[in-house]
Design a binder for this molecule. Structure first.
Ligand SMILES: *Cc1c(COP(=O)(O)O)cnc(C)c1O
Length: 394
């Protein structure tokens, strides 16, 4: 037997030469997947899928097994109906199935949007720090990525309508990404900002990534409420966070039917497998059970905010299931100190800050205790200027 490595000594150099020029030297998305007791680094839902939903999913997957010889419903019609009903319930806006699209995670629906509306020779814009996959998807699809910036009267992570509109005018993007609640900072965006961008850029596709919408504080409206007025608006959602279904890989979007129709040009045929469709439908049918812990998670999120503020690690206001906090002398060293105590959080590349997911009460306690136990050397000297670096990797 020969192995594929046998005898080739310059494989790395040769692959580097074969690789697309624009991908050389890039690093892949890579949140560490470490086996530690308290994993609070990727904003998953800490609660296991409850037994009644496990039973429903098992039966639904079993039900489609004998027909796996056939391709799945390419238009995933029944799933789109179910997603439309859920969106209508959650947002209070009547959503129809022909306004809904889905993929293997919202990353895939974001990729479809970029493939259809950005891509080679076209420009995509986002406002750093935001979700790190927005630039990765844009660049790998051949788009030119413009790294917009944040900053406003209430802090370095705020974005104001005037500033965002000015940046949109300057780079004239084909696709602009907004993220609300924003990852990694946690705060939801004022809809006035979204509306200002939509009004200023009628010929730009405006994506509002609402992966964490279900965790928003009361009174936070969804951009779904703007869809009727703006055909260039796309709102993306996911079952990976509130629905506790990260492993099921189901993300979706809502947009004008014409936008949705255009995405059919770029998706692979039959991109949603029969088991994926069956799992998502079973989960949606049992949503009350799956979403039952959302309020408990929000309570832990608020507890983290209060406790970190009291400990002198300033938290950013959060509408999500995670909290970004500052006050650290060196984020990478604090990350390691927490890991040594069995608590995995996320270093998102923002100087002096780390991000932690709100988990169960026990996980939250373990994290807060580990923070309280951090030696004083990890605290940022209040006289040291706390520069916020760009290039975050949420
Ligand atoms: C987690 C996350 C997603 C979700 O990705 P999936 O592919 O649906 O798991 C999308 N957007 C943001 C901002 C996220 O944080």
């Amino acid at each position: 037997m020969t192995t594929i490595e046998a005898g080739v000594t310059d494989a790395a150099a040769r692959v580097a030469r074969l690789l697309r020029e624009d991908l050389r030297g890039q690093t892949a998305y890579g949140a560490p997947q470490l086996d530690v007791p308290v994993r609070l680094n990727t904003n998953e839902n800490s609660y296991a899928v409850p037994p009644d939903v496990v039973a429903a999913i098992t039966s639904a997957v079993g039900g489609c097994a004998s027909e796996l010889n056939r391709y799945p419903d390419r238009e995933f019609t029944a799933l789109r109906e179910d997603l439309a009903a859920w969106l209508t319930e959650q947002t209070g806006v009547a959503v129809r199935a022909d306004q809904v699209w889905a993929g293997n995670g919202s990353n895939e629906v974001l990729q479809h949007v970029v493939q259809a509306f950005a891509g080679p020779g076209r420009v995509a814009l986002g406002f750093t720090p935001a979700y790190s996959m927005h630039p990765i998807i844009s660049r790998t699809m051949g788009s030119t990525w413009v790294d917009g910036h944040r900053g406003g009267p209430s802090g370095p992570f705020e974005i104001t309508a005037a500033d965002v509109v000015a940046q949109v005018r300057e780079s004239a993007p084909h696709v602009v990404f907004l993220c609300s609640p924003n990852n990694p900072t946690g705060t939801a965006l004022d809809l006035a900002v979204v509306r200002a961008v939509l009004d200023a850029a009628p010929d730009t596709v405006v994506v509002v990534d609402e992966a964490y919408a279900e965790f928003a504080r009361p009174g936070t409206p969804s951009a779904v409420s703007l869809l009727a007025a703006y055909p260039q608006l796309v709102v993306t959602r996911t079952m990976s966070k509130a629905f506790a279904l990260a492993g099921g890989r189901l993300g979706y979007l809502v947009a004008a039917p014409e936008m949705v129709d255009a995405l059919r040009l770029v998706r692979m045929p039959y991109h949603l497998s029969s088991p994926t469709q069956a799992i998502a439908r079973a989960a949606l049918a049992h949503r009350a059970s799956l979403l039952a812990e959302v309020e408990a998670i929000k309570a832990q999120r608020d507890r983290i905010v209060d406790s970190l503020a009291a400990q002198g690690f300033p938290p950013v206001p959060s509408d999500a299931n995670f909290v970004l906090f500052g006050g650290l002398a060196d984020a990478a060293r604090a990350w390691e100190a927490l890991l040594a105590q069995g608590v995995l959080v996320r270093d998102v590349g923002i100087a002096h800050h780390l991000r932690v997911t709100a988990g169960t009460p026990e996980e939250t306690t373990a994290f807060l205790d580990a923070m309280a136990g951090l030696p004083g050397e990890h605290r940022l000297d209040p006289h040291q200027p706390s520069a916020v670096s760009q290039g975050a990797t949420a």
